[in-house]
Design a protein around this ligand. Structure first.
Ligand SMILES: *[C@@H]1O[C@H](CO)[C@@H](O)[C@H](O)[C@H]1NC(C)=O
Ligand SMILES: *[C@@H]1O[C@H](CO)[C@@H](O)[C@H](O)[C@H]1NC(C)=O
Ligand SMILES: *[C@@H]1O[C@H](CO)[C@@H](O)[C@H](O)[C@H]1NC(C)=O
Ligand SMILES: *[C@@H]1O[C@H](CO)[C@@H](O)[C@H](O)[C@H]1NC(C)=O
Length: 349
């Protein structure tokens, strides 16, 4: 077994009895150092002296309007040659039909960290080349299906962290056949329904990310079954609905994934149930599994590792996890030990 420790990063090639030991050990100091602090969020740039003016560069192909306190899109400043515009970290509240109508070359539009609650249906009508649209962290109360699904070239769409309560995608999303990366959901999404992603069923994604409320209230079996993707990222806490994990993992079975990531799987409480909620991990084919933040006790970890023994998953990463012992855990010696786990990589950050 080899262990190295560059800045709290332990990489181990292991026999597994040592994992639990290592984890109790690392819980002592890694937990203390890393779990309370998330990676620092990138802070908005300070207001520029040329407030309101965008910087046009790259021979008129790019506009930098980031962090300028803009409450409307300054479209009169935009040369017709623009291909990429960064309007992030402003205070925009709406996108209107006029804003980008004279930009036939536009392919990248960054609108994250504004306060957008409305997008006109015709907002992107004259932007047939638009392929990268970021509206992360805005105030949309509905998924703006009409404007989004008129952009047939869309490849990267991040519309997560908005204020919509349901993630049901309109049928028209099936037109976005070039979509590669889709990120959606937000703090008010209480759960997933069986037909939410039906319109994606013929689209081959590279990456799919879903965020729900930290109080997940429902997960209808089959909700994620239709999604075809290489990478699947969850940001949903199942504290109130631990059994949802059964159905989630069942929906992932028979897919071939390169990565599955769970962020904050248990956000506020340690799982105290007896039932093995990782049972369906057995049927999941993936290259790498990442648990990012959240609470893991011994018992939950053991359930995960037990089932990992029989999966093709060979790379496990546990980062910024809050580990705890399970004081009531009784090792009855039968079936409780992990004797056959062979990982190529185990990362504990
Ligand atoms: C965002 O817009 C809403 C109205 O849509 C308003 O009530 C709220 O104060 C705005 N928030 C910020 C930070 O400007
Ligand atoms: C957007 O980001 C701010 C600052 O990080 C956060 O307070 C707010 O809750 C976020 N909005 C949504 C809808 O996630
Ligand atoms: C979580 O949501 C349920 C409804 O599904 C509600 O009864 C409960 O009070 C909520 N719990 C928390 C901690 O917000
Ligand atoms: C995966 O395949 C197994 C065996 O063919 C089947 O029992 C199971 O229901 C399938 N899972 C899904 C989600 O289709």
């Amino acid at each position: 077994m080899s262990v190295y420790l560059p800045v709290f990063h332990i990489l181990v090639s292991v026999s597994v009895n040592m994992i639990l030991e290592l984890i109790s050990f690392s819980g002592l100091f890694l937990g203390a150092v890393s779990s309370p602090s998330s990676p620092a969020p990138s802070s908005p740039p300070t207001a520029s002296s040329v407030e309101g003016r965008c910087r046009i560069y790259n021979s008129g192909q790019s506009a930098d309007c980031r962090g300028r306190q803009l409450d409307f899109v300054p479209w009169r400043q935009f040369p017709v040659t623009l291909e990429s515009i960064d309007l992030s970290y402003n205070v925009l509240h709406a996108i209107s039909a006029a804003d980008f109508q004279n930009l036939p070359q536009l392919h990248t539009l960054l609108l994250q960290f504004n306060n957008i609650s409305h997008i006109d249906n015709d907002a992107f009508k004259n932007n047939p080349l638009l392929e990268h649209l970021n509206i992360f962290n805005n105030s949309l109360q509905e998924i703006p299906a009409s404007p989004l699904t008129s952009v047939l070239n869309l490849k990267y769409l991040d519309m997560s962290n908005n204020l919509y309560k349901h993630v049901t995608l309109a049928d028209s999303f099936s037109k976005l056949v070039r979509l590669k990366a889709l990120s959606m959901g937000g703090p008010l999404v209480m759960g997933l329904k069986k037909n939410d992603f039906h319109s994606l069923k013929n689209i081959e994604l590279q990456s799919f990310a879903i965020k729900c409320s930290s109080n997940l209230s429902y997960y209808e079996p089959g909700s994620l079954e239709v999604i075809q993707t290489k990478q699947m990222r969850f940001d949903m806490a199942i504290d109130q609905r631990p059994n949802a994990l059964h159905h989630i993992l069942h929906d992932l079975s028979n897919k071939t994934l390169s990565l599955i990531q769970f962020r904050n799987l248990f956000e506020f409480t340690y799982y105290m149930g007896e039932e093995d909620i990782f049972l369906n991990l057995k049927y999941v084919r993936a290259f790498q599994l990442i648990f990012h933040r959240g609470k893991f006790n011994e018992n939950l970890l053991r359930m995960a590792l037990l089932n990992l023994q029989v999966t093709p998953i060979k790379w496990l990463r546990l980062q910024y996890i809050d580990f705890a012992r399970s004081p009531t855990f009784v090792d009855n010696g039968a079936g409780s030990s992990i004797t056959n786990l062979a990982l190529d990589n185990l990362d504990l950050w």
